[in-house]
Design a protein around this ligand. Structure first.
Ligand SMILES: Cc1cc2nc3c(=O)[nH]c(=O)nc-3n(C[C@H](O)[C@H](O)[C@H](O)COP(=O)(O)OP(=O)(O)OC[C@H]3O[C@@H](n4cnc5c(N)ncnc54)[C@H](O)[C@@H]3O)c2cc1C
Length: 440
């Protein structure tokens, strides 16, 4: 067949998988359907395109995504190396210049002598060719139909929502202030609301017209990415204790009752995203309702918020411990399709799938990620049986606690020390695989 393994999807997981496999000396055929066949969200034909926010979470080990990045770095992640090289100032957040980032990922893939690129839509699972499926939340409809057929309709599908971006020059600076929550660096522009403005805004959100998916069974959102109007429907005060909480901000106006934060989305700072403000409102309603915020009364939109498809498999029912699709041997799932949510989480499950596939192809025992690592917690989450399965992002709440009434919270520092030690062992183990011959 001219290559050792096929990787389908050149997003975060697929790019990480392809580059990791190449690093291990395996030749890869990487399928990416863009630009021949587009998704509703991607705007370029680049590999590793970030489809929405430019934040990859924090870099601190106390933050689960910070630990995840540290683990990925130890395992030689090329995607995280590209993120490190395109980092922007963003307070405690780890934000990147999106274009520079995907440009670097694309260059790395194009430069690799072991990766051949195929710009084509993949629609049929073929177990005779070792394959990693990393087609993400916007998996093409034909492949989705094939997955539904092979795995069962009940083991697939989902929806969630995206935040709008606006032009920085259109924000009223007299009605906004710079400050980041809990940090010294003023990388966030805050749009405050008084008590009256806040409740008027919430009531408008509660009654605004929404764009809803066609069938009710698809109106199922990921709890970590709820549309703001959905949060508003849970109670008048829900937003001011959630994404609009005014706490931790220095030098805020005295009558600041709630706040909407804006964060830069490009290096130049010309485009700002509304933090945690994903919405499924109709476009005219977004214009109307956001104009009720004093600082945004003349805001010009770069992109409107929207509701989107988010495909994932019900991992515990269809994935084996090493992320193979149970009914399709030698086909591994990777990234968001496995039932994780987030750029770094998808990257992590791209790397794990690549290591699992490489071990199988080379005849080595699989590197086991225990639940004492953040990567292991994600693998455990998507493969362990549970009655109610919803995608997860990385978080310390995934750490299993000792049963009993006097449970203590997780000691994050101690957890991170053990996790990084374990990942170092895995990195040594993988290095010892060398570039020995493929035996499958
Ligand atoms: C609209 C939207 C906004 C999001 N916003 C954020 C955010 O702000 N922060 C965050 O952390 N996470 C966000 N996510 C979640 C998620 O982490 C990202 O989508 C992440 O990019 C997933 O990585 P992935 O590699 O699994 O999929 P993707 O990065 O989407 O990559 C999948 C690739 O597969 C290709 N493909 C699909 N079907 C086929 C096929 N049949 N044949 C060949 N190629 C195919 C696609 O073109 C795409 O390039 C968002 C998701 C969506 C959909």
């Amino acid at each position: 067949m001219g290559f050792d393994i096929r990787v389908v999807g050149g997003g975060l997981a697929g790019s990480e998988a392809a580059l990791s496999l190449a690093r291990l000396g395996l030749s890869v055929e990487l399928w990416e359907m863009r630009p021949v066949h587009r998704t509703d969200i991607h705007e370029t034909d680049r590999f590793g395109e970030l489809v929405c926010s430019n934040s990859l979470g924090s870099d601190a080990l106390r933050d689960a995504r910070g630990l995840l990045k540290a683990e990925l770095r130890l395992l030689g992640s090329d995607v995280v190396a590209c993120a490190d090289a395109s980092r922007l100032p963003a307070g405690k957040a780890f934000a990147v210049d999106k274009e520079q980032f995907s440009g670097l990922v694309t260059e790395a893939i194009q430069r690799s002598p072991l990766i051949s690129i195929r710009r084509e839509e993949y629609t049929r699972l073929d177990s005779s060719i070792p394959t990693i499926i990393a087609t993400g939340p916007l998996t093409s409809l034909d492949l989705l139909a094939e997955l539904r057929e092979r795995l069962g309709r009940e083991n697939l599908f989902f929806y969630d929502a995206v935040a709008p971006s606006i032009w920085a020059h259109s924000v009223d600076r007299g009605s906004s202030f710079l400050s980041s929550r809990g940090g010294d660096v003023a990388d966030y522009l805050n749009c405050p609301l008084t008590r009256e403005e806040y409740y008027a805004f919430v009531h408008a959100l509660q009654s605004a017209r929404r764009h809803l998916p066609e069938t009710p069974d698809e109106q199922k959102y990921f709890e970590g990415c709820l549309p703001v109007e959905e949060i508003a429907r849970r109670g008048d005060d829900a937003l001011r204790f959630g994404p609009m909480r005014p706490i931790g901000l220095r030098e805020r106006p005295e009558d600041c009752f709630a706040v909407i934060q804006l964060r830069r989305e490009n290096r130049e700072g010309t485009v700002l995203g509304l933090v945690g403000f994903q919405t499924s409102l109709a476009i005219t309603e977004q214009q109307r309702v956001l104009a009720m915020i004093p600082a945004l009364r003349n805001a010009e939109f770069v992109r409107y918020g929207l509701i989107h498809r988010n495909a994932f498999v019900r991992g515990p029912s269809v994935l084996s411990q090493d992320l193979q699709l149970g009914s399709c041997p030698h086909i591994w799932a990777a990234g968001q399709l496995c039932g994780v949510d987030g750029y770094m989480e998808s990257t992590a499950l791209g790397l794990v799938a690549a290591l699992n596939a490489a071990a199988t192809l080379r005849g080595f025992p699989r590197a086991v990620f225990s639940v004492q690592t953040m990567m292991g917690l994600l693998v455990d989450f998507v493969t362990r049986e549970r009655s109610d399965f919803q995608p997860t992002n990385a978080n310390y709440g995934l750490v299993p606690l000792e049963p009993g009434p006097r449970q203590k919270g997780v000691d994050r520092e101690a957890f991170a020390v053990v996790a990084l030690e374990q990942i170092r062992h895995i990195a040594d183990e993988v290095e010892a695989w060398g570039t020995s011959k493929t035996i499958l």
